[in-house]
Design a protein. Structure first.
Ligand code: OAD
Length: 246
């Protein structure tokens, strides 16, 4: 008997999303053609060392990405996950949406995601740790000073290479008791997120995977659905909800 059908297991759903879920909204993935880093090497724009060496360059790169948020909309995959979250809330079923994405498309679709790699819409003071939601339209190269300690510039609240992902304790607790796990649009190459599928499987969860090509961490026991998230995810959500009702 599958654990989710076992009346002694309380359902607990964990969803992990990556760049592929936002690809159908028009945001570039990291490793596909078209390379997100826009002509920069990763270490030039996405490391603490880069920020200290050339904050103007790093800030201009993130200004472009913050600006791009205004040009995209959530797609049916984001909407389906928000529907899943709302259904779980109504039925008192534990649900966690973890995203590696720094865009705000899950929020705009109605979800309450846990951003393990930070958010473009958030800024953080490296001196006093003040954090604020800020998507203000700034002149190119214009920094935002800290309103608390007057430090001259807030940094993007983004997990750069060499920094620790956020909310890991909470995520790991949920993975240990997951009964249903969905991995959507992620290549399974970047840890610790790439280990979540294995952890959920080890907890006995039913695991679904959606991507355009087989992710690195795929196992034969995962339910793999190839195709665009905007098409596949609404179907997977229906399948999962049917399994919960069974
Ligand atoms: P990747 O660019 O590594 O992988 C994108 C995945 O999405 C691939 O498996 C594609 O097949 C799939 N994909 C592309 N278009 C899709 C679509 N329309 N529908 C469904 N799947 C699609 O992106 P991530 O796995 O998210 O970290 O990358 C993980 C992390 O690597 C990022 O969060 C970032 C990067 O370094 C940090 O910046 C800390």
């Amino acid at each position: 008997m599958h654990p989710c059908h076992d009346r002694y297991h309380t359902p607990s759903i964990v969803v992990l999303t990556g760049a592929g879920v936002s690809a159908d909204s028009g945001l570039a993935t990291f490793r596909g053609a078209g390379g997100l880093w826009e002509g920069h090497r990763v270490e030039q724009v996405a490391t603490p060392e880069a920020w200290h060496a050339d904050p103007e360059l790093v800030w201009r790169f993130y200004q472009l990405r913050r600006g791009a948020l205004g040009e995209v909309e959530p797609n049916p995959a984001h909407a389906a996950l928000a529907r899943l979250e709302a259904t779980c809330a109504r039925q008192d079923i534990e649900f966690l949406l973890v995203t590696q994405n720094v865009d705000d498309l899950h929020e705009r679709a109605g979800s309450d995601p846990t951003h393990m790699h930070g958010e473009l819409a958030m800024l953080r003071c490296e001196r006093c740790a003040h954090r604020e939601h800020n998507l203000s339209d700034l002149a190119p190269g214009q920094f935002v000073p800290c309103p608390h300690c007057n430090h001259d510039r807030l940094r993007p609240d983004i997990v750069w290479f060499g920094e620790l992902p956020m909310h890991m304790d909470h995520i790991e607790r949920r993975l240990r008791r997951a009964t249903h796990f969905l991995s959507i649009g992620t290549s399974g190459l970047v840890y610790p997120a790439a280990g979540f599928l294995t952890a959920a499987r080890a907890a006995g969860a039913h695991t679904w995977v959606n991507s355009l090509d087989e992710p690195d961490n795929l196992h034969p026991s995962d339910d793999f659905h190839v195709g665009r998230a905007a098409v596949v995810v609404p179907r997977l959500v229906d399948e999962l909800l049917a399994e919960l009702e069974a």
